[in-house]
Design a protein around this ligand. Structure first.
Ligand code: 5AD
Ligand code: FES
Length: 364
């Protein structure tokens, strides 16, 4: 006979699938069950949710996987997030920044390869002033009016976000990292504030960006409860995109000796998020591909529908090391795109080059 905890978890999974809004406590039970039930039962639970997640993804997006060209513009960062390999106190990170011409040349190569979204990501590097970023955004939009520009440049004032939006930026990625304030404070130095992060996300949404939040799975000090907080936050905030990947330790950081997040738990949470937000854009992340050779394929089968191959010049690739052993650091953009297309084909999916805007309907 199955015990009560197990019965309860499977009943909650059914209710989640049926569309009922679970409470934080109920999410906690579900997340605990995935970790603590027998091997057989936990994989049955994962399978139940991933099948529904895949079905919902297919309903809204078919077998298309959107690709975004990621350009890592700078690994200078004034912040000191405890988990991050490019934190300012990491003494061994060899710093670089791309010039405007470098960035535009990445876009040119990317466009020729079929990319229709460019993601400019970087540390919080004061060299890239609001004006400089705006100039680059304007130039990309001028050269490639059919492309979307996504920024992922950390926390800025509402005015700066508004200025970049006016310059033509369409989307912004800023992971919330954790929706639990106490947990946030264990992952970040005192000068970084949970409330400031939340305020940024709210500003971005109000300014008309398509907004992406997200978190690492298996981050130090993460608990079933903090993950449940993440799920409740995501359901209520209804972001257009959610970046979810495993935490992976980075050398020369305070968390260098911590354990990485697991494939199974990451896929499980990805599936739950797909069920909560059926129309969201959910990347199958590079970090997922780093902890398992077929991580990105498995991510798509668990409900993901976006991949973000790297367009950064190969010469700087390995320097943008948020975590150790990152994949694709030696491959040219064209190689990566072909490799990814083959991987997606192997699971019956097709890489598509459309802009791939979110179908998430506007707020309730
Ligand atoms: N492992 C996995 N992901 C990481 N990130 C930063 N450091 C790590 C790490 N060690 C993620 C953060 C950040 C995003 C750009 O990369 O969630 O928001
Ligand atoms: Fe980069 Fe496979 S996607 S080498």
């Amino acid at each position: 006979m199955a015990d009560l905890f197990e019965q309860n978890a499977f009943a909650l999974a059914d209710e989640l699938i049926a569309g009922r809004a679970l409470s934080k406590e109920e999410f906690t039970v579900l997340i605990r069950a995935e970790r603590e039930l027998s091997e057989e039962k936990s994989s049955e639970l994962r399978k139940k949710l991933s099948e529904r997640a895949l079905e919902l993804k297919n309903m809204h997006y078919g077998n298309a996987v959107y690709i975004r060209g990621l350009i890592e513009i700078s690994n200078y960062c004034k912040n000191n997030c405890l988990y991050c390999g490019i934190r300012r106190s990491n003494p061994t990170t060899e710093r670089y920044r791309l010039s405007k011409d470098d960035i535009l040349s990445c876009c040119k190569d990317g466009y020729a390869l079929g990319f229709r979204t460019f993601v400019m990501q970087g540390g919080e590097d004061p060299y890239f002033t609001p004006e400089l970023i705006a100039r680059i955004v304007r130039e990309i939009k001028q050269n490639y009016p059919d492309c979307a520009v996504t920024l992922s440049l950390g926390e800025h004032t509402r005015e700066v976000y508004a200025f970049w939006r006016e310059a033509g930026a369409d989307r912004y990625l800023l992971r919330h990292e954790t929706a639990n304030e106490e947990h946030y404070n264990k992952l970040h130095p005192a000068e970084m504030k949970f409330k400031a992060r939340m305020e940024c996300l709210k500003n971005l949404r109000e300014l008309g960006y398509q907004v992406g939040c997200g978190m690492m799975i298996g981050a130090p000090f993460q608990t079933y409860e903090t993950l449940a907080d993440d799920l409740v936050f995501i359901r209520d905030f209804r972001p257009h995109m959610v970046g979810i990947g495993p935490f992976i330790p980075a050398h020369d950081t305070p968390f260098a000796n911590e354990k990485a997040g697991t494939l199974d738990q990451t896929l499980f949470i990805l599936s739950i998020v797909r069920i909560l937000l059926p129309e969201a854009l959910l990347p199958s992340t590079t970090a997922l591909g780093t902890i398992h050779p077929r991580g990105r394929e498995l991510g798509v089968l668990a409900g993901g529908n976006v991949c973000m191959p790297n367009l950064s010049p190969v010469a700087v690739r390995s320097k943008y090391a948020l975590y150790d052993n990152k994949i694709c650091t030696g491959d040219e953009a064209a190689q990566c795109k072909n490799c990814l297309a083959g991987r997606m084909r192997s699971i019956g999916h097709e890489v598509v080059t459309a802009r791939g805007d979110s179908k998430l309907t506007e707020q309730k």
